[in-house]
Design a protein around this ligand. Structure first.
Ligand code: URA
Length: 238
């Protein structure tokens, strides 16, 4: 048995909070009867209606996309920019797990499974995210140490668990730096480099948890295997 608002949210129809509002407003029926009690438990045999429409149970889908530059990580955009979900051929109501900037490329997971997405996004689960940043300037050891010991962005101290200088190019005055973080604050990597004096020119996410873009060209995607989904569920830290 599961809570009604969770089942509605898991169908992909709306968020859990909105589902709670709909229940309180008397817009949800279970087996033909209006239910306004938030704690109501239902199981798979119950028929749930929202606004007089029967809730369809969507199968769970999981995708790994090599995100190209020039797409926003959203399901729609009021400024008509291209959205990442348009790259995936499915009728399921999938959404991106976390965010990558418009100009950031690389590993992005998409799903219609809210629990799966939460596991990857909750800081307490300590999920590793590895980025390769091309930065303006030749980075110094002192700055690398500052990134590792922690910098404050938007009033919160964040640190990199690893920073590796991969290459420097004296001609173009740029450095390629691999940085590993565990949180997922907005523009975190760009802000961390900015804080120690460097502008990020290009950013690619190389890995999140066990997922990389191996064998996927920019814009290509694949489904996750059941084993991979199971591995993500094993990260759950209550
Ligand atoms: N950090 C950033 O600054 N941008 C991203 O897209 C991801 C992490």
């Amino acid at each position: 048995m599961e809570r009604l608002q969770k089942v509605i949210a898991q169908s992909g129809l709306t968020s859990r909070r909105k589902a709670e509002e709909l229940i309180k407003l008397g817009k949800v029926k279970v087996n033909g009867k209006i239910v306004t009690e938030l704690g109501t438990k239902v199981d798979s045999k119950d028929t749930i209606e929202v606004d007089n429409k029967i809730l369809e149970k969507e199968n769970k889908e999981y995708y790994l996309l090599n995100k190209p530059r020039g797409y926003i990580t959203s399901t729609s955009d009021d400024r008509d920019r291209k959205v990442v979900t348009s790259l995936i051929n499915t009728s399921a109501r999938i959404f991106p797990v976390g965010r990558l900037d418009y100009d950031t490329t690389g590993v992005l997971l998409l799903t219609n499974d809210g629990d799966f997405a939460n596991i990857l996004m909750q800081p307490k689960n300590n999920i590793e995210k590895v980025y390769l940043a091309k930065i303006e300037g030749i980075i110094k050891g002192e700055q690398i140490n500052r990134l590792k010991s922690g910098v404050e962005i938007d009033g919160i101290k964040v640190k990199a668990s690893r920073v590796k200088l991969k290459r420097i190019n004296n001609e173009s005055n740029t450095s390629m730096v691999e940085i590993t973080i565990h949180e997922g604050k907005n523009h975190q990597v760009k802000k961390m480099f900015e804080k120690v004096g460097y502008r990020v020119e290009k950013l690619t996410r190389k890995r999140i948890a066990i997922f990389t873009t191996e064998n996927l060209k920019s814009g290509e995607y694949r489904k996750l295997t059941p084993k991979e989904v199971q591995i993500v569920y094993s990260y759950k830290n209550n």
